[in-house]
Design a protein around this ligand. Sequence first.
Ligand code: RTP
Length: 155
Amino acid sequence: AKMADQNKERTFIMVKPDGVQRGLVGEIMKRFENRGYKLVACKMCTPTKAHLEEHYRDLKSKGFFAGLIEYMSSGPVVAMVWEGKEAVKMGRMMLGATNPLQSNPGTIRGDFCIDVGRNICHGSDSVESGKRESEHWFKDGEIQEWSPAQSKWVY
Ligand code: RTP
C-alpha cells in the first residue's frame, strides 16, 4: 500500500504563454512521459488575471507581481497534472532553477530559455501546493484516475 501511495504523488505543471508560443508543449510533455510520469489532467486555456492572482497569491508583495500577471495572462497556457513517484521534487528538478541563467543544461529551462521573466514553465514547489494548484486549475472530474490496460488495447 505504501509503494502504491508513493507512486500517486501529483504535481501541477504548466506551459506558460511563451512556452506555448515557442512550440515547446510537446517537448515538455515528452520529457515527463519519457521519465515515467503519468498524465492525469491536461487542458489549454487563457487564464484571467483574477485566476492568476490567486495562483500566485504568495507573490503579491513582489515588485515583479504585476508584470508576472500581465505575462501569464497574455495568451493560452497548457495546464497539466502529472502523477508518479516524487512527482513534485522530480518535476522541479526537470524544470530547472527558476532563473534560467542558473538552470543546468539538461533541464527544460536550462535547455530552452534565458530570462527569469520568460521561463516557459511552472511546477509546484510542494505536495500541498501541488494539491492546491491542481484544484485551482481543474474541476472535479477533470483529473483522471487511470492505469494502463493490461493487454487489450496496447500492442
Ligand atoms: P514557478 O512558480 O513559475 O514554477 O516558479 P518558481 O516557484 O520557481 O518561482 P517563484 O519565485 O514562485 O516565481 C514565480 C514566477 O515569477 C517569475 N519571476 N520573475 N522578474 C523576476 O525577478 C522574477 N522572479 C520570478 C518567474 O516567471 C517565476 O517562474
